[in-house]
Design a protein around this ligand. Structure first.
Ligand code: MTE
Length: 324
């Protein structure tokens, strides 16, 4: 893998745990103690590499951050997608995302931080042990899934980039490459590419915010946002931006794709909220996939998608009807 630029803070090669030690530790980690306690292992060195398509990944399970609800089968997770860069049909991403190359991949970091630069993805991921977290994903279109993601806490990566005190928001951007992304070539697209998203700094630093590189034990399928995508489980799915190539720390609130298209329908916060309907449909219920014509599998939508305990404090005193 070609490394575009080695950042000054990157671990020297000798600091990387030798493979034998690493493998022993993995055997230990897969033991019941670490699994049951759902321990996080801050600062633990690992030899994380850029996940290769279809490759099985090593990870520690995080029961503390996981639901026991029935998982949505892999086939639904990987075949029913929103990734407008490859078309607006739910099956377009699975059909066409293979036209995108994800290796090599680098992420540009800019704005209010001490460590801007262009990072090869594996450099960003290198010091971390992958975690598995089973989260609910609730789309603003009123369907939902339960997905076992693999990745790293967003906060761990952001902290290492040393945001300055002026960093009040984090902005993310998806790859813009019409040659590889047929939706970006479409004359009918309503999106002003690239796809853009953002979080307030305290939201980004919340323990639930996650950067996924895999699901169901393997590297992310391209249609799900390979090689790296955001997962913010208490917000509508459109906040969980895919195939990220840029992270910017900034003082002002970023403009985000869906808010720019229809601000009266899609807000910056986009917290899951059954009490605030979308102007064109109710948000009180959701179709939990798999769902069919005769068994639509409607379930009640829960405020903050059921993650209120971890995130409600972020919005104390805010009128969530106004800041939807
Ligand atoms: N990211 C990009 N770049 N482009 C998109 O069209 N769609 C969003 C989000 N991230 C989207 C995106 C929407 S609306 C949803 S619901 C989720 O991705 C869907 O994620 P999934 O296809 O992995 O279930």
């Amino acid at each position: 893998m070609f490394i575009k630029k080695r950042p000054s803070w990157a671990l020297p090669h000798f600091a990387i745990t030798p493979e034998s030690v690493y493998l022993n530790r993995r055997q230990f980690m897969s033991g019941t103690v670490a699994m049951a306690a759902g321990l996080s292992m801050p600062g633990l060195l690992s030899a994380a590499e850029l996940p290769v398509q279809g490759e099985t990944l090593d990870f520690i399970s995080m029961p503390r951050y996981s639901t026991n609800e029935k998982k949505t089968p892999f086939e639904d997770v990987a075949r029913y997608n929103n990734f407008y860069e490859f078309g607006t049909g739910k099956d377009d991403p699975a059909k066409y995302a293979d036209e995108m190359t994800v290796d090599p991949w680098s992420v540009v970091v800019e704005g209010e931080c001490e460590r801007p630069g262009e990072y090869a993805l594996e450099e960003l991921l290198k010091p971390y042990e992958y975690q598995e977290r089973v989260y609910r994903l609730r789309c603003v279109e009123a369907w939902s899934m339960v997905i076992p993601w693999i990745g790293v806490p967003l906060a761990d990566i952001l902290k290492r980039l040393r945001p300055t005190s002026r960093a009040k928001y984090v902005y993310f951007e998806t790859l813009y490459d019409p040659g590889q992304m047929r939706g970006q070539r479409s004359l009918f697209s309503t999106i002003d590419w690239p796809y853009q998203e953002g979080l307030r700094m305290d939201e980004a630093m919340n323990e639930l915010s996650f950067l996924a590189v895999g699901l169901y034990g393997k590297a992310l399928p391209k249609q799900n946002g390979a090689p790296i995508r955001l997962v913010v489980p208490w917000k509508y799915g459109f906040k969980s931006i895919k195939s990220i190539v840029k992270i910017r720390f900034q003082e002002e609130r970023p403009k985000t794709t869906w808010e720019m298209i229809a601000p009266q329908e899609y807000g910056f916060y986009a917290n899951v909220n059954p009490a605030v309907d979308h102007p064109r449909w109710s948000q009180k219920k959701e179709r939990r996939l798999p769902s069919g014509l005769f068994s639509p599998n409607w379930v009640e939508t829960v405020r903050f998608n059921g993650y209120g305990e971890q995130v409600a404090h972020l919005y104390k005193g805010m009128d969530l009807r106004k800041y939807y």
